[in-house]
Design a protein around this ligand. Structure first.
Ligand code: FAD
Length: 500
């Protein structure tokens, strides 16, 4: 079990402060812990992986989608090849479902052929183009109008937050410290590196890794002139219940005949079917809120790919936010403006004069696939710049997952003996699992924190029956009143009269 650490010690000096506990911050911390370095991860939310890393398409891409020679292409191909080993080390479920990128006309077919060539150039060795009828033999629900498909057997899927949680647990087991509810509000240069302010608390660190996702530009501007900006777009998703699990066997992309976004359908590791995302301007909507137009797009585009989708099994919709990244340029009048195109590669680097302050900004797809590769790249970049950092000889890359009743065989369940109380009946999550989730790592202090660790509330009732019992267990474990327990964010109290 890992130690719970909640408050920054004002006098503490760290070798490295990682800002942000999303997938990237968790994996950067994991790889920094391979070195003898005192590492702090600073996260403003009550839990890790509660922003971009919570809401994405959960695909482990094979690497045909990215420009040859780019960091994205190189990392994606390497990450996909090594993903089985990574999932095994971190004890997270990973399924190589294989993907079919389908087309139903000349424009889509040309895109597919281009992706095949690009994939081969990138070193993806198992791609092939198959006919529409061959594609339907593999995926019988595919639209009869599909004429051609790009088959990529090594494409897979994971649960993104399970992966991120596993990485931070592994980093903490190897010595990294996690500070939740801790928002970085200021950075300045200090004698021994950087002084970091988190509200009233201040501490120092020799190096800083900026993994603040949607806010990486703001963090960079605490120490440097702006050289990039994040301009977000949003996307909606729909999740179908496990009743619909047999409707597709593979990850499906439908390349549209008209320019624009196509459909994506994913059979998840948990047995659901996920549809989406759409792509829209964020407008005035709050981040991570769905819109009627976005959901309509997801329904219409998904039905173009698989017409008989059983949408009556819809159990949830959610929204994602994309951190599109632009260079900033000055116009003739000296005003800052964004580059005409967003940057389509990972652009890991430092602001001028700050080699030990490394920005990992605006990482979109395939950031989930490449999180471990990026973590390794950044940790090695920093250790090189720090110079002769000794290795952590006690580093252990393996992390043991907590037992999941729902994933046990009948024999394993019987071996637990009688007295297992099921709290979440849709998934089959026991009271012991929920208590262990709260005790195991910091962050399981809300209903969604429990959901991310134990899988409760993920079934067809979406917590309708079990939320009340989870609130009671959380209150008991944390020594709080039930009215103090929240769903996720700062003000999301679930019981009327909850703490203002
Ligand atoms: C719609 C969508 C679909 C995607 N689908 C896929 C996919 O299928 N496959 C794939 O490989 N990749 C996918 N990705 C990419 C992947 O999800 C991201 O690359 C990855 O989640 C980014 O993680 P992150 O750590 O950079 O950001 P985040 O998860 O947002 O983490 C940043 C963290 O920084 C914290 N933070 C911010 N400011 C501060 C501060 N001042 N102080 C302290 N903490 C702070 C935030 O609270 C947050 O927790 C997708 C991305 C999107 C948007």
């Amino acid at each position: 079990m890992v130690e719970k650490i909640w408050n920054i010690n004002q006098t503490e000096h760290f070798d490295v402060a990682v800002i942000g506990g999303g997938l990237l911050g968790c994996f950067v911390a994991r790889h920094l812990s391979r070195f003898r370095l005192n590492v702090a991860v600073i996260e403003k939310n009550t839990d890790v992986c509660a922003e971009i890393s919570r809401a994405n398409t959960s695909i482990i891409y094979s690497g045909y989608d990215h420009k040859p020679g780019s960091l994205k292409a190189r990392m994606c191909v390497a990450a996909n090849r090594g993903f089985g080993r990574l999932a095994d080390e971190l004890s997270v479920p990973f399924k190589r479902r294989g993907s079919l990128m389908a087309a139903a006309g000349p424009r889509g077919e040309a895109v597919l052929r281009g992706k095949l060539e690009q994939g081969i150039e990138n070193g993806v060795t198992d791609l092939s183009i198959i006919s529409g009828s061959e594609a339907r033999a593999r995926e019988p629900g595919l639209d009869p109008g599909v004429t051609l498909a790009l088959w990529s057997p090594s494409t897979g899927t994971v649960n993104p937050w399970e992966l991120g949680l596993a990485a931070i647990e592994n980093a903490m087991d190897n010595g990294a410290k996690l500070f939740l509810n801790t928002e970085l509000t200021g950075v300045s240069v200090a004698d021994n590196g950087y002084k970091l302010s988190c509200g009233a608390a201040e501490f120092t660190a020799r190096g800083v890794i900026n993994c603040a996702g949607l806010y990486t530009d703001k963090i960079n501007e605490m120490i440097s002139a702006p050289y990039f900006k994040i301009s977000p777009t949003r996307g909606d998703y729909i999740v179908l219940d496990t009743y619909a699990r047999d409707v597709i066997n593979h990850i499906i992309f439908l390349e549209p005949e008209e320019r624009g976004k196509g459909a994506t359908l994913v059979p998840t590791v948990d047995g659901n079917v996920m549809l989406g995302p759409s792509e829209e301007d964020p407008g005035d909507e709050p981040f991570f809120g769905t819109t009627a137009s976005g959901l309509r797009f997801v329904i219409d585009s998904s039905k173009k790919a698989v017409p008989a989708l059983p949408l009556e099994h819809t159990i949830r919709s959610f929204a994602a936010v994309r951190p599109n990244i632009f260079w900033t340029e000055k116009d003739a009048a000296g005003n800052l403006r964004l580059s005409p195109e967003s940057i389509n590669d990972f652009m890991i680097g430092s602001p001028e004069g700050h080699p030990l302050f490394i920005n990992v900004p605006g990482v979109k797809t395939p950031g989930l696939t490449c999180a471990d590769e990026i973590g390794k790249y950044v940790a090695e970049m920093l250790s090189d710049r720090l110079g002769s950092v000794p290795l952590n000889t006690e580093y252990d890359s393996r992390r043991q997952a907590p037992a999941r009743f729902s994933r046990m065989s009948p024999k394993e369940r019987l071996s637990l003996g009688s007295g297992q109380r099921i709290v979440c009946r849709c998934i089959g999550v026991t009271e012991d699992e929920i208590r262990n989730a709260v005790r195991r790592t910091p962050g399981a202090v809300t209903v969604d924190g429990v959901k991310r660790r134990a899988g409760a509330c993920m079934g067809r009732c979406q917590g309708g029956f079990c939320t009340q019992r989870i609130i009671e267990i959380l209150a008991e474990e944390l020594g709080e009143n039930v009215s103090d327990i929240r769903k996720e964010g700062r003000e999301s109290y679930l019981i009327q009269g909850g703490r203002p």
